[in-house]
Design a protein around this ligand. Structure first.
Ligand SMILES: [Zn+2]
Ligand SMILES: [Zn+2]
Length: 260
């Protein structure tokens, strides 16, 4: 684990189970070089995101911990921000109000449907249509210019929802937009412990990212201490097998590359 990063972690302030400090101590014991917190921020009121009124508390806590643990681990300040088409100005205002190192853009909604927590609407449309709706929102998100990383790119498969027909073209079109807009894709290992039991995105998409020269980073989507850097050994093995030699690190919304 020496020299690795974990840029996707949730604390008690959103839907995680531990404090920042508990997560930091675990990351240090694992030997991680750098971690980033990314609590959920959502402009719609949802019970799994931080309340807008608590944003200054989040900033204050992370800044204090950054300093206090500086000699043991590098701590970055990120958020996992929900994207909603047409709400770019509102999202931008929130992002710009915080001293962030990076912003993960995630799509958890198709219109009003919070598809990764609410299974009730699966079956209403063909899965092909659901995939098309989801990835079109991801493309709009990439074009918005608001985000640094695409969060769990194929999370639409979370509940083992798979398209009826081959969607390679839709994925390729989406990767093209991601590349054109200079975003990073995270290899989110958390999907291994979700019903889909697969990295998000899948190894095949990670490989396409590499071929499209889309930079990658790695993260666990930890919601408790025991999930930090989960499945990293197999994730790193996958990256190396594909040919990936370096992953992205963030500071103040700038990138540097880290050799793996
Ligand atoms: Zn998410
Ligand atoms: Zn997350």
């Amino acid at each position: 684990m020496i020299g690795l990063v974990d840029y996707h972690m949730h604390s008690l302030l959103s839907d995680g189970k531990n404090t920042y400090e508990e997560m930091i101590r675990q990351a240090i014991s694992l030997g991680l070089e750098e971690i980033g917190f990314s609590d959920h921020v959502c402009i719609r009121p949802v019970d799994w995101a931080i309340s807008m009124i608590d944003l200054p508390v989040m900033t204050m806590q992370i800044m204090e911990l950054k300093d206090r643990f500086a000699d043991q681990i590098t701590i970055r300040y990120g958020i996992e921000m929900d994207y909603f088409p047409g709400k770019e100005d509102e999202i931008k205002d929130v992002i710009n109000s915080l001293p962030l190192d990076y912003v993960i853009g995630s799509v958890h909604f198709i219109d009003d449907w919070n598809f990764d927590t609410d299974k009730s609407l699966y079956g209403k449309w063909p899965n092909d249509e659901v995939y098309k709706m989801y990835f079109e929102i991801v493309q709009q998100m990439a074009k918005s210019g608001l985000f640094d990383t695409v969060g769990h790119l194929d999370i639409i498969k979370k509940f083992r929802i798979y398209p009826e027909t081959d969607q390679t073209q839709l994925i390729e079109d989406t990767l093209k937009v991601i590349k054109e807009n200079n975003l990073v894709v995270e290899l989110n290992t958390g999907g291994m412990d979700r019903p889909c039991a697969d990295f998000t995105p899948s190894p095949k998409i990670i490989e396409s990212c590499y071929h499209h020269h889309i930079p990658l980073t790695i993260s666990s989507d930890a919601h408790k201490v025991g999930q930090i850097a989960r499945h990293y050994a197999s994730a790193i093995e996958l990256l190396k097998r594909i040919g990936v030699e370096e992953i992205v690190k963030y500071e103040k919304r700038n990138r540097t590359m880290l050799r793996i």
